[in-house]
Ligand binder design. Structure first.
Ligand SMILES: [Zn+2]
Ligand SMILES: [Zn+2]
Length: 139
């Protein structure tokens, strides 16, 4: 079993279940985000669709994972800043989308700049998306 995964679950005060461990292990070994379909494929029947869905919701709610914008408007899940447990605020960092392979990367060092809105407007999600070619697709 993956010690990193157990540490993360403990840090966030979540009970350790097989589904949570297996699902989170996918994210600690991949540095990019994963879609629900990719997760299902990678788990290869170890967990049902509903279990995967519920586990993802739990991880997003607690801030372990966050939803990331993608080129084809699929929902992609990525690891959040795991050193700050309990911080379930929406991600305030930029994302890079490769226009060739469609993968998304978290650019955690690039913050979304502060924006002033007119009275009565409320921000619920902050995204800064950079598009281009990743280091694998660049020729
Ligand atoms: Zn690429
Ligand atoms: Zn991100």
């Amino acid at each position: 079993m993956n010690g990193d995964v157990l540490d993360i679950l403990k840090k966030y005060g979540l009970h350790i279940t097989e589904a949570r461990v297996n699902l989170l292990a996918l994210f600690t070994s991949e540095n990019n985000g994963l879609t629900h379909a990719e997760i299902e494929k990678l788990l290869g029947g170890q967990a049902s669709r509903v279990t995967i869905y519920r586990t993802l919701q739990t991880f997003v709610k607690t801030g372990i994972l966050h939803c990331v914008p993608t080129a084809n408007s699929l929902i992609l899940y990525a690891l959040g800043k795991i050193d700050h447990p309990g911080n379930a605020t929406p991600p305030d960092h930029a994302h890079f989308i490769c226009e060739s392979c469609g993968r998304t990367w978290c650019l955690e060092k690039i913050q979304v700049p502060p924006v002033e809105l007119a009275r009565g407007f409320v921000i619920t999600k902050r995204d800064l998306i950079l598009k281009g070619k990743c280091n694998h697709c660049k020729e």
